[in-house]
Design a protein around this ligand. Sequence first.
Ligand SMILES: [Zn+2]
Length: 257
Amino acid sequence: MSRITAPFSPEQVDALNQFQLGVSWCSPGHPVLCPHWGGSEDALDDDAPAGARITHGEQGGPLGVLVATASGWQCPHCDHSQNWAYGFMAQLAPQAFADDSTASFAALALRTQGQITDRQALLERIDGAIGAYKELFVSRFVRENQSDQESEPISRATTVVPFMLASLRRRRMELMGVRCAAGQAPVTDESWTRLSDAKPGDSTSVEALYHDENITNPLHDGFGCNAWIEIRRFYLGRILTIGAMPTHWRELVRLVL
Ligand SMILES: [Zn+2]
C-alpha cells in the first residue's frame, strides 16, 4: 500500500484529520491511534511520559486518535508522533478516485435527495467532534496556565488541536456549499446568493455567510475558514445582525422527516 510522508500539505492534513474522525471522502476507515493510548500495559514503552494512560481522553472519537499536522501525526495527549500515513487516507476529493469507486458513488449520492439525511448525519458528527476538541483545547489551555512548570503532554494539545479544528471546520463548510482554503477567500457554490446581488424576501429566516480576515482564535466558529454561517432573520430590507455584515445568504434548508 502506498505511503505518504511528512511534511504533509495543507490539503493532506485536512484529508487525514477528516479521515481520522470518519468524515472524509474515503471514510469510514480505522483511525491511526497513539500506541500509548492505554489499551494495555504493554503498549506503553519506556519513554512514555508519566501518566500517559490517564491523560488519553476520549475527544471526538476513539481513544488515542492522532491529529495530522504539517510535520506529521501528533498525539494531543503525549509526545508520540509518526511521520507517515497510507496514501488512501489522504484522498483529496471524490474526483481523485476512479469512477466506479465507493467514493465517487458517495459523491453522487450526496447530490441526490435521499442523501440529505446522511449529509445531516455527517454534519452532526462533525459538530460533535468540533465540540469535543474545543473542550480538550480549553481544558488544556486552562491547565497550562495554572501549571507552574511547563508540561509537554499538557501544552501539546493546545498546539495540535487547532489543526484538527481547522480541518473539521473546512469539511463542515464544504458540506454547506462553501469551499475554504488556507489564506484564501471562501468560494461559494450556486446555492448561495451574494447579498449585494439580491436580497431575501421579507421576514424570512436565511443562512447567512460571514467572512472575516485572519481569525486566529481556535474557538471561533470561523477558525480555519475565516468564514462562518449563522441563521438570521431578514426583516425590513435587512438582515438583523450584530457586528459584521454577512456577504451571502441562502434559503434555510429544512429537513423533511
Ligand atoms: Zn499519546
